[in-house]
Design a protein around this ligand. Structure first.
Ligand code: PMP
Length: 439
């Protein structure tokens, strides 16, 4: 019997009721155990029920759970801002707290625009983004999102923003080498800026490693450096949306470190408080923030921004990441898991691609490896494989979209605390699920 629930999210699909979590495992109220193979939505980077974080939160709860930011400074928010700034590229040393990823992206856009106004650049307002991409669900962040099923219904309510193709190199059939291919995709930004009129373009925003919309898409190295050069050439701000890739997920604290890139603004959330509290941050160049504050202040804010309980959780999460070297573990275990996933291609001809960085990994199903043609939509592979894994006690994350085409990809992104033995466990369950699907 289905009990009527007053709560709703996206669909009627019933899911088990969560009882508790410990490390990389979650348990439902029937006592069934699940491996959290996607850290929720790439959130639970340090695993569940971490004692250091719980203790820090309890201690803060006994003092104050809320202090309005315009009335009080709080010790946890100051401490977290300092810790965060110390982990960012040089010059990005001013931190603005929010409660989630969409808010971090909204804040980045509004910082960019207000900074441009201080520079007398009133004509600059367009934020170029990529397609496919995901930047959030609020209307400002949604306008930058390149994922038609989510954006189309709201199109009349949003200011349309220009998009360039995300570098879906694995689908390309030309004979370019990696380096050339990276440059080919980066040039699309230059062409779009010129087509739009450079004086109208404010910023370019990108996920350094594609997340939910593309399945851990990484561009060739040449892409990242060239994008920075192009932004500099036209005086356009570069925003890295590191909501999913930040906090060690890709084997560096932020993904920008892989290529030595310094963006002008970075958005963080998800693994930043690792699911212990709703928290995110927008980190900007100090000189930009100074200019905006000098001009009268940053016209933006959220009531819960920087609340001390969330910030106390955030501090403890960053301490745990540092003291357990979880960034190093993400890189090492990521390499191992990626090699193991790649090994599945020998066994399952319908796996067409394995990709990703650190512990942000994905595999994609195809009907033909040569043409990379997707599986027919009617097979409903992205739901079927997730359900088969679920039955066997493994949670993975799936989407049916890629490169603007239809396709099935699956993110495998366990908490950064994962051990080699636990990777064996993930692989055994995943292999069993794939075998059940192939039958
Ligand atoms: N940006 C990126 C890259 C994301 O992956 C997400 C969430 N999937 C968001 C922004 C939005 O974050 P939130 O759902 O916390 O608002």
């Amino acid at each position: 019997m289905t009990v009527m629930s007053h709560l709703f999210y996206q669909s009627r699909q019933p899911r088990p009721t969560l009882d508790y979590g410990k490390g990389i495992y979650l348990y439902d109220t029937d006592g069934k155990r699940y491996i959290d193979g996607s850290s929720g939505a790439m959130v639970s980077n340090i695993g569940h029920s971490n004692p250091r974080v719980l203790d820090a939160m309890k201690a803060q709860m006994d003092k104050a759970t809320f202090g309005y930011r315009l009335h009080f400074q709080t010790e946890p928010s100051e401490r977290l801002a300092a810790k965060t700034a110390a982990l960012m590229p040089k010059g990005l040393d001013r931190v603005f707290f929010v409660s989630g990823g969409s808010e971090a992206v909204e804040s980045a856009i509004k910082m960019a625009r207000q900074y441009a106004l201080t520079q007398g650049q009133d004509s600059r307002w367009k934020v170029i983004s990529r397609h496919p991409s995901y930047h959030g669900s609020t209307l400002g962040a949604l306008a930058l999102t390149g994922y038609d099923p989510l954006t189309k219904p709201f199109a009349p309510m949003m200011r349309e923003m220009p998009k360039i193709a995300a570098p879906t190199c694995y689908l390309d059939t030309d004979n370019l080498d990696d380096d050339q291919r990276g440059l080919k995709y980066a040039e699309m930004l230059r062409e779009e800026i010129i087509a739009q009129g450079p004086e109208s373009v404010l910023a370019f925003i990108m996920e350094p490693v594609g997340g939910a919309s593309t399945g851990a898409l990484v561009a060739p190295d040449s892409y990242y450096a060239r994008i920075r050069e192009i932004c500099d050439e036209f005086g356009i701000l570069l925003i890295y949306d590191e909501v999913m890739t930040g906090a060690g997920r890709t084997g560096k604290f932020i993904a920008a470190e892989h290529w030595g890139i310094t963006p002008d603004i970075i958005a963080l959330s998800k693994g930043f408080a690792a699911g212990y509290a709703p928290l995110g941050a927008m980190v900007a160049r100090g000189d930009m923030v100074e200019a905006v504050l000098d001009a009268g202040g940053f016209l933006h804010g959220y009531t819960y921004a920087g609340n001390p309980l969330a910030c106390a959780a955030g501090c403890a999460v960053l301490d745990e990441i540092a003291s357990q070297d979880l960034v190093g573990n993400s890189a090492a275990m990521g390499d191992l898991l990626k090699a193991r996933l790649t090994g599945l291609m020998d066994r399952f001809p319908f796996i067409g691609d394995v990709r990703g960085l650190g512990l942000l990994l994905a595999f994609e199903l195809v009907s033909d490896r040569k043409t990379m043609a997707p599986l027919p939509k009617e097979l409903n592979a992205y739901n079927r494989l997730v359900d088969l894994a679920y039955e066997r006690g493994l949670i993975i994350y799936s989407r049916r979209t890629r490169g603007g085409l239809e396709g099935d990809h699956f993110l495998v992104a366990p908490p950064l605390i994962v051990t080699e033995a636990q990777i064996d466990e993930i692989m055994a369950t995943l292999t069993d699920s794939l075998e059940a699907m192939a039958r």
